[in-house]
Design a binder for this molecule. Structure first.
Ligand code: F6P
Length: 319
């Protein structure tokens, strides 16, 4: 294999640039030509593909977002779209593609491999919802962004003696809510993976108030529904003055943490090694600090799970 392409796809995440840099530099280190596919699968279909050199990935390791831009392409879900993309790759003589993204991006990569293009996925999403890796690229940065926000909200919650509901990202996964709630000292954490009962939450808040607790932080993963609904319920059923903050897309931006830069660099470079080793239809990950890889099929079959022990600990520490 002498011609490799890299793309970023789906929701961007801090560290994607570091992964692209690693792919480009490791490919050139191995005397391969490397191409950037711009705007994810949408750009692949349109042939938005350019050769990258060592300098084209200079000065990006510390930047959030993705220099290659990203998209969620509806057209690529169709066989016609996939075949158009394959044709564009063939025009450039590209034999292997590294896709940095989440679950949907991996499904696209698997389609490409079925059309004869070798593919390796690298987990890039703030949600940390990809099986086969302990952490996804961008999760640590987003986690720290949320913790910083919780700390700030805690100041005003304490000054005004209010209850705050903070809604964080995580469509199907509660990892961001769980770990930020634990690290931010939240009284209650609501996750899509664990059912909740509003009666218990109200009870807990009222017991806290009776004990003299003046303010509370409730972290809600967007996957359970709207933070506004939770807050409305609390205000209706208690005397607690409640406010809501939806952190939204600010969680996706910012300079990647050291952890995310190192993770992205290791996974990007490893993806190149595996492609050059003749592997395809697989995704890379880091488990117990060891580089690992699994076939896409295996990853799609494993359900994402939260760490139950950490969840129980968060409940024990917030009594
Ligand atoms: O997949 C990452 C993510 O940030 C989710 O947490 C969130 O639900 C979703 O993307 C938002 O997607 P979009 O930016 O397309 O609105």
């Amino acid at each position: 294999m002498k011609r490799i392409a890299v793309l970023t796809s789906g929701g961007d995440s801090p560290g994607m640039n570091a992964a692209v840099r690693a792919v480009v530099r490791k490919s050139i280190f191995h005397d391969c030509k490397v191409f950037g596919v711009y705007r994810g699968y949408a750009g692949m279909i349109e042939g938005d593909i350019k050769e990258l050199d060592l300098g084209s990935v200079g000065d990006i390791i510390h930047r959030g977002g993705t220099m290659l831009h990203s998209s969620r392409s509806e057209e690529f879900r169709t066989v016609e779209g996939q075949l158009k993309a394959v044709e564009q790759l063939k025009k450039h003589g590209i034999e292997g593609v590294i896709v940095v993204g989440g679950d949907g991006s991996y499904r696209g990569a698997q389609k490409l491999s079925k059309h004869g293009i070798a593919t390796v996925g690298a987990p890039g999403t703030i949600d940390n919802d990809i099986p086969g890796t302990d952490f996804t690229i961008g999760f640590d940065t987003a986690l720290n962004t949320i913790i910083d926000s919780i700390d700030k909200i805690r100041d005003t919650a304490s000054s005004h003696e209010r209850t705050y509901v903070i809604e964080v990202m995580g469509r199907h996964a509660g990892d961001l809510a769980l770990l930020s709630g634990l690290a931010g000292g939240a009284e209650t954490i609501l996750l899509p993976e664990v059912g909740h009962n509003m009666d218990d939450i109200i009870d807990r808040l009222e017991r806290g108030a009776k004990r003299g607790k003046k303010h509370s932080i409730i972290v809600v993963a967007e996957g359970i529904g709207s933070g506004f609904d939770v807050a409305k319920d609390i205000e209706k059923r208690t005397q607690l003055e409640t406010r809501v903050t939806v952190l939204g897309h600010l969680q996706r931006g910012g300079s990647p943490t050291g952890f995310d830069r190192v993770l992205a660099s290791r996974l990007g470079a490893y993806a190149v090694d595996l492609l050059l080793d003749g592997k395809s239809g697989i995704a890379v990950g880091l488990e117990k600090n060891q580089l690992v890889h699994y076939p896409f099929d295996e990853i799609f079959q494993k359900p994402h799970q939260i760490d139950k022990q950490v969840y129980e600990l968060s409940a024990q520490l917030s009594i």
